[in-house]
Design a protein around this ligand. Structure first.
Ligand code: GRF
Length: 208
């Protein structure tokens, strides 16, 4: 399966997916990286590993660079089956959501639907979790729709929030789990182990 990864930042999830693909844990290849921040760590990693980098459309109304339709055309040229958002901060344009139905995933560092949506990104998520007094947090992998963090949930991992946690400490504990759960889900996706229940809930079949 051909995968496109979208990043805006350091790209540690991107790296773990790329490594899993090289090591055969994922039956898929990262064939292109899409970014809105060409200088970010994820984009640098891609260039160092000879993965082509394409620029995400600057804004809906901008005439510069690719339009969302151009982006769909390029992803088709690369024969992309699945799009994986990994620390990607822009909203995904409708054109893309419609062109790749049930094929775009995101990872979010809280147990959705709690602490999700616009404004909940980076350390802000973990600060809000700590301030709420919640005892557990953890990553969610979900399908992407036209809004922030509202698509169907596929997998979650539970991580404890410790009494004296700082946002940074909690973020690091959650990130460790992110790397594992995202690889598990992408592995299932590439092996066609995701089944859709009649009511529209996606489930992961375990390996036989
Ligand atoms: C992760 O916490 C992810 O859940 C969120 O953005 C962060 C990206 O981290 N969507 P990295 O760039 O993969 O290290």
């Amino acid at each position: 399966k051909n995968l496109a990864v979208f990043v805006s930042g350091g790209g540690s999830n991107f790296r773990s997916i790329h490594n899993a693909s090289i090591n055969g844990l994922i039956h898929g290849d990262v064939v292109v990286l899409v970014t809105d921040k060409p200088g970010c760590g994820g984009a640098e990693y891609a260039r160092d590993h000879n993965i082509p980098v394409i620029q995400f459309p600057k804004s809906k109304y901008s005439l510069e660079g690719l339009s969302p339709t151009d982006l769909v055309i390029s992803l088709r040229k690369w024969k992309i089956q699945y799009i994986l958002l990994a620390g990607f901060l822009k909203l995904i344009p409708t054109e893309l959501v419609q062109a790749f139905p049930r094929s775009i995933l995101n990872i979010h560092p809280s147990l959705l639907p709690a602490f999700g949506g616009k404004g909940y990104y980076g350390l802000k998520v973990h600060k809000a979790v700590i301030e709420s007094g919640a005892r557990y947090s953890g990553p969610t992998v979900h399908f992407v729709d036209e809004h922030y963090d509202t698509g169907r949930i596929l997998a979650q991992k539970v991580v404890p929030v410790l009494a004296n946690d700082t946002a940074e400490q909690l973020a690091a504990r959650v990130l460790c789990e992110e790397h594992q759960v995202y690889v598990e889900v992408v592995s299932a996706l590439c092996e066609d182990r995701i089944v859709w229940r009649e009511d529209g809930v996606p489930l992961i079949r375990s390996k036989e």
